[in-house]
Write a protein that binds this ligand. Structure first.
Ligand SMILES: Cc1cc2nc3c(=O)[nH]c(=O)nc-3n(C[C@H](O)[C@H](O)[C@H](O)COP(=O)(O)OP(=O)(O)OC[C@H]3O[C@@H](n4cnc5c(N)ncnc54)[C@H](O)[C@@H]3O)c2cc1C
Length: 393
């Protein structure tokens, strides 16, 4: 392996491989020497991504299922939402890794290296990547590795922090039970005693679905608690259907108003490490696509991809902080908040809002849906930058 590259991508997860895919699609990078480094070989199906978009993007060929309707279910409200102009889509992790890496293997200017990255540092003319037995340099490093656990980072700065944690079963039933035309985005008719808790059901056919038990809380559960909750939900919703579990996944995503570094000098952070997880929802797919598009546009235009946050990014960061404050301080439960938002707004407004694409008018409608006496003080705290005093777990 050489030691000098034009670009090094550290971390070949969603952010690293989205950037690589966009580089491979742009002639600007045809002759650039690109190295991609990941500790893992990226050959396991470790996650499923779902996201909504209006227009097909780079991963359209590997979308395995699309829905134009989703349901929202809560004890006091139930609705089937027409997502138009959005479409909700599902991609399997292994399909994305294989798709991008097999294309990269056919390009002589791209090298993939399976190694643990110890650090990334700026140099006077570029950046340095430290491996166990080798130091590599590049003009720019695009980094999606978090070198310190995110909850420790958030704790240091007294920011709000919840885990969005979930366990999912992909199941196959012996008889048809699912309506695969409608995905269940949130079903809050489950026990809420741990905090905001809902089931997420993505049917891929009448006999197959991803059924995920999701919580927004400070602490994780024991594995058996996730299993029992999923099994109880399947029985409650689909009766005594016989099913087998074909795949399982577990995830924990930070929900925080911690200010992640976008990078410095010639190191550009992206993905979870670059702050592209939406603090109040845990969704990251869309934001990672937007970030990698922006990086490519800047590099091609020979502009610095390090940008100070825009007014719009600050605005949505503030909204996220407000919702997190309300949730973490248990001023109002998530089931009530999401019920009020979904029941009082058309779906496209809510999905624009969740994608950080809503207008100020949209935002005012969403704000008017939730109780002012709870959200206004939280907004004032967030605006004034008042830190929380309680310790984090
Ligand atoms: C199970 C799961 C399901 C999710 N589902 C959704 C979803 O449906 N919709 C959505 O919007 N978001 C979802 N997310 C959130 C988010 O989209 C993912 O976490 C996404 O993978 C984040 O991309 P990333 O590139 O930042 O991190 P990752 O994809 O985790 O990539 C980071 C990479 O860095 C590598 N790495 C880490 N440390 C080192 C090191 N020291 N040296 C070398 N390599 C290293 C890892 O092996 C990994 O490949 C999900 C997350 C999980 C965990």
């Amino acid at each position: 392996m050489k030691s000098q590259y034009d670009y090094i991508i550290t971390g070949a997860g969603l952010a690293g491989l989205s950037l690589l895919m966009r580089m491979m699609q742009h002639p600007f990078f045809d002759t650039a020497q690109i190295l991609v480094i990941d500790a893992a070989q990226k050959n396991t199906n470790d996650r499923t991504w779902c996201f909504w978009e209006k227009e097909p993007d780079i991963f359209e060929p590997i979308v395995i299922k699309k829905w134009d309707h989703v349901s929202f279910i809560a004890p006091s409200y139930k609705s089937e939402l027409n997502l138009s102009p959005f479409v909700y889509k599902m991609i399997r992790g292994i399909d994305l890794y294989t798709h991008v890496l097999s294309l990269a293997a056919s390009k002589s200017n791209i090298t993939f290296c399976t190694e643990r990255v110890l650090s990334v540092q700026n140099t006077q003319t570029g950046a340095r990547v430290q491996l166990k037995n080798q130091t590599l340099t590049a003009n720019k490093v695009f980094n999606s590795i978090l070198f310190e656990p995110v909850n420790v980072l958030a704790q240091k700065s007294s920011d709000y922090f919840l885990w969005q944690h979930f366990k999912g079963y992909e199941i196959k039933t012996e008889t048809p039970v699912f309506n695969d035309g409608v995905a269940t985005l949130m079903d809050f008719t489950v026990d809420q005693s741990n905090g905001t808790t809902f089931m997420y059901v993505m049917p891929t056919s009448s006999t197959t679905a991803l059924v995920e038990y999701t919580l927004f809380t400070e602490n994780l559960l024991a594995d058996k608690d996730y299993n029992e909750a999923i099994q109880a939900y399947i029985q409650k919703t689909y009766g005594a259907v016989v099913y087998s579990i074909t795949h399982q996944e577990f995830g924990q995503i930070p929900m925080t108003n911690f200010c992640f570094s976008g990078g410095a000098g010639n190191i550009i952070n992206m993905g979870v490490a670059g702050g592209q997880v939406k603090g109040s929802s845990g969704y990251a797919f869309h934001f990672i696509q937007e970030k990698t598009k922006a990086i490519i546009a800047d590099v091609v235009a020979q502009k610095n991809p390090l940008r100070t946050p825009s007014f719009s990014q600050k605005k949505f960061g503030l909204y996220d902080a407000v919702l997190l404050r309300v949730l973490q301080d248990k001023k109002l439960d998530g089931a009530t908040i999401f019920t009020q938002i979904f029941s009082k707004n058309p779906p496209d407004r809510v999905f624009r809002f969740l994608n950080n694409e809503s207008s100020l008018i949209d935002d005012l409608y969403i704000m008017a849906s939730v109780p002012t006496h709870i959200f206004l003080p939280a907004a004032l705290y967030a605006l004034l930058g008042v830190k929380r005093r309680r310790g984090l777990n």
